[in-house]
Design a binder for this molecule. Structure first.
Ligand SMILES: C[S@@+](CC[C@H](N)C(=O)[O-])C[C@H]1O[C@@H](n2cnc3c(N)ncnc32)[C@H](O)[C@@H]1O
Length: 255
């Protein structure tokens, strides 16, 4: 039976790649690399750099594939994602079918495969199509949450308190309600639209890469700096990935 490794590769610094990830990459006949067009070229080049640096098995081949564009017009968000995942599952089946019988393939996933990523879901979906028989396993990677915490030198939670992980869209819908809230996938800069000036924000973009930017402070004081830094960096690079922690209260203030 064919086998697939779903490998977390960290968030931009090749030194995030674990020994387990390196061993699994070198155990693969083919590594499947997504390309998402010029805008995401920065991400594709980090993946290529990781392959160049860590793959020592001369039998391992890199296979680039184009990620289909998600159609959004005249569809609900859920319908659009479902249709996109269906198209990707078909692409995965073709890639896996291209492996030799008992061959091993690998998908390299940004950060960790468990966090706001659908490769595991799509691989499961590809398996359910029953066109090609295969098994899979997951190798954990360093997430953007860990990269953010390390760059700011902070713990994510306050002592004994919970953490909410959400998206920019949900933060706008629900407000800043948790003691510690991690916000990802925020294209609309939700932090600048919520009314909570005394919350602390720990923001980071391009974490782990040579272009990393971090800003921290009271939301009411640093929002404009972040909006400006974000817009400038996005214009310069053509893309941005940013994440932040919003924090309210203090350790032990509920005791
Ligand atoms: C599709 S999710 C992938 C998350 C990834 N699986 C992880 O473990 O971090 C993409 C979001 O992760 C965050 N992200 C990923 N890499 C990042 C980086 N290097 N710097 C800042 N944020 C990052 C951003 O919030 C971005 O919108």
């Amino acid at each position: 039976m064919r086998h697939i490794h779903i490998i977390g590769i960290g968030t931009g610094n090749p030194e995030h790649v674990t020994v387990q990830a390196i061993n699994r990459m070198n155990a693969a006949d083919k590594i499947f690399l997504p390309t998402k067009g010029a805008q995401k070229e920065g991400l594709a080049s980090v993946r290529r750099e990781i392959c160049d640096r860590f793959i020592t098995n001369p039998q391992t081949r890199i296979v680039e594939f184009t990620v289909p564009v998600r159609q959004t017009s005249d569809r609900s968000y859920v319908g659009s994602v479902d249709e996109w995942h269906a198209a990707l599952a078909e692409t995965y089946v073709q890639l896996i079918n291209g492996l030799p019988e008992n061959g091993v393939g690998a998908f390299l996933v940004w950060g960790d495969p468990s966090l706001y990523d659908s490769v595991i879901r799509i691989v499961e979906r590809a398996r359910r199509l029953e066109t090609v028989e295969f098994d899979f396993n997951v190798v954990p990677g360093i997430t953007s949450i860990q990269a953010l915490a390390a760059s700011h030198r902070i713990p994510i939670n306050m002592v004994g308190k919970p953490v909410e992980i959400t998206t920019g869209r949900r933060l706008l819908q629900n407000g800043n309600r948790a003691d510690s809230t991690i916000v990802m996938l925020d294209g609309e800069q939700a932090f600048s639209k919520i009314d909570d000036p005394d919350a602390e924000i720990f923001w980071g973009a391009y974490l782990g890469t040579k272009d990393e930017i971090v800003v921290a402070g009271r939301l009411g004081d640093v929002t404009d700096n972040i909006v400006e830094a974000r817009a400038e960096a996005r214009a310069r690079h053509g893309w941005i990935m940013d994440i932040y922690l919003l924090r309210k209260g203090r350790d032990f203030d509920d005791l």
